[in-house]
Design a protein around this ligand. Structure first.
Ligand SMILES: Cc1cc2nc3c(=O)[nH]c(=O)nc-3n(C[C@H](O)[C@H](O)[C@H](O)COP(=O)(O)OP(=O)(O)OC[C@H]3O[C@@H](n4cnc5c(N)ncnc54)[C@H](O)[C@@H]3O)c2cc1C
Length: 414
């Protein structure tokens, strides 16, 4: 798929990721969906053995030092086994390392990135709280100074790897006297420091990732666990939102792709009124719509990867990542629904995995920032961009390409 955009090295990486996906047994996939596997440690260990965790992490810390283009190629393939495979893989190997690579000390990079990339330790990220996820800066988890240490108190909700992870990247309020964006700190908290997993959620889909509520009850954290600066969490949060949202969008394409493939094959075999159902346009046009949605999603992802890798303006990257997350997840949700519709009743049963894919897919529009929040960011960045453009543009101003464009009395704005 889209091989024409790939270098030979990227194709080789894609094939490695495909091999990994094929190596997972169907029992493992079913056991995750049945919550018999709480967290896919064995799978992540295997990823580590194959040096497939932390593709963008610099080589000296165990990664492969690749870019986003490579990352999204691998993410698509990895998610074919199920959304939660990609999510646990992405949180431990993409999202949490993003903070450490960009803001960690040399010591922290060695301490955390090397075992993560080897698949020996697993990381979780803790942003969302019971009181709300969209309003990130309203966080109430606090870290109070105690000599050289901090004492952490609070709760985080819906944490993938809450059950199973060794390292928890936690955002906490460290200065209540300033606006939240100036008074939060990011910590790497280790399980043994006293992180408690209090409740594992029963989920509609995306099971087997240890999604839990984690509690910090007077957890003593040394100052060496601070990532970046004290009270300096805001730039880390913004940096992490790239893998969080962009990675999620890329994963979603892989997670839904099997539904379309299964529905396509089914439609050539299943007959109604004496003909294969794909001979009815009512069916084959659904397949056409689904293919178009998947291809347009992938196209946007590839362009966004180029923007981020080439160091395009951060505001533009933020817009592309946010609009991409919303667009791709909505398109992929449609792909899952169209695939199910093509299959009729059997698509709704557990004879085919399409129902599981649809259950998994629903989350994509909610997590890592809801799609409403993606719209909030997209419009915000777009208005800023347009304002900058108006101040310094070489473009034609199309407003005046109308017969009565200069009747000022009609151009009333207030
Ligand atoms: C299975 C699962 C796994 C998750 N994994 C993680 C994880 O690993 N780490 C982590 O930190 N979090 C995780 N999350 C949390 C997830 O990111 C949040 O659920 C999400 O950000 C939404 O927060 P909320 O659930 O508190 O909803 P709320 O913030 O309460 O929002 C409720 C509704 O209000 C809307 N809304 C809120 N504010 C606005 C606004 N300004 N404009 C328009 N609409 C608005 C929202 O879009 C939504 O529809 C996970 C969630 C789930 C379900």
């Amino acid at each position: 798929m889209f091989e024409f955009t790939m270098t030979p090295e990227q194709i080789a990486l894609r094939d490695e990721a495909r091999e990994l996906a094929k190596s997972v047994s169907r029992e493992y996939i079913l056991d995750m969906d049945a919550d018999k596997i709480k967290y896919p440690k064995e799978y992540l260990q295997e990823c580590g053995k194959r040096n497939l965790i932390g593709l963008r992490v610099p080589k000296e810390y165990g990664g492969r030092g690749l870019g986003w283009e490579e990352d999204i190629i691998a993410l698509e393939e990895i998610c074919v086994n199920g959304y939660m495979f990609g999510c646990t893989y992405g949180v431990t190997g993409d999202v949490v390392p993003e903070a450490i690579v960009h803001f960690g000390t040399e010591e922290q990079k060695k301490k955390y990135l090397i075992p993560i990339c080897k698949g020996e330790k697993f990381a979780a990220e803790c942003l969302t709280e019971p009181r709300g996820g969209s309003d990130f800066f309203g966080a109430t988890t606090v870290a109070t100074r105690d000599g050289d240490d901090f004492i952490l108190n609070g709760q985080k909700r819906f944490i993938v790897g809450g059950e199973g992870a060794d390292f928890f990247l936690v955002y906490a309020r460290t200065n209540p006297d300033v606006p939240a964006h100036m008074g939060m700190t990011c910590f790497m908290v280790e399980k043994e420091m006293g992180v408690k997993t209090e409740y594992v959620y029963g989920l509609m889909g995306c099971r087997g990732g240890g999604t839990a509520r984690v509690v910090f009850d007077n957890v003593r954290v040394p100052k060496e666990a601070v990532i970046g600066e004290v009270d300096g969490a805001t730039p880390i949060f913004y940096q992490m939102m790239i893998p969080e949202r962009f990675g999620t969008a890329a994963m979603t394409i892989g997670a839904v792709r099997p539904a379309l493939e299964i529905a396509t094959d089914y439609s050539t075999k299943r007959k109604a009124f004496g003909r294969p159902i794909n001979k009815f346009q009512g069916v084959s046009f659904k397949i056409a719509d689904a293919v178009t949605k998947l291809d347009s999603s992938r196209s946007l992802m590839y362009v966004t990867a180029k923007a981020v890798d080439s160091g395009a303006h951060p505001d533009l990257c933020r817009r592309l990542v946010s609009e991409g997350k919303k667009f791709v997840t909505e398109q992929c949700w449609d792909v899952a629904n169209l695939s199910m519709q093509v299959m009729g009743g059997i698509g709704y049963t557990d004879v085919y995995p399409v129902e599981k894919i649809l259950r998994d897919m629903r989350l994509s529009m909610i997590w890592v920032g809801t799609n409403e929040i993606m719209s909030v960011i997209t419009q915000h960045e777009w208005y800023k961009e347009r304002k900058r453009e108006l101040e310094n543009t070489t473009k034609r101003n199309s407003e005046f390409d109308a017969i009565n464009a200069f009747i000022e009395d009609e151009k009333i704005y207030e």
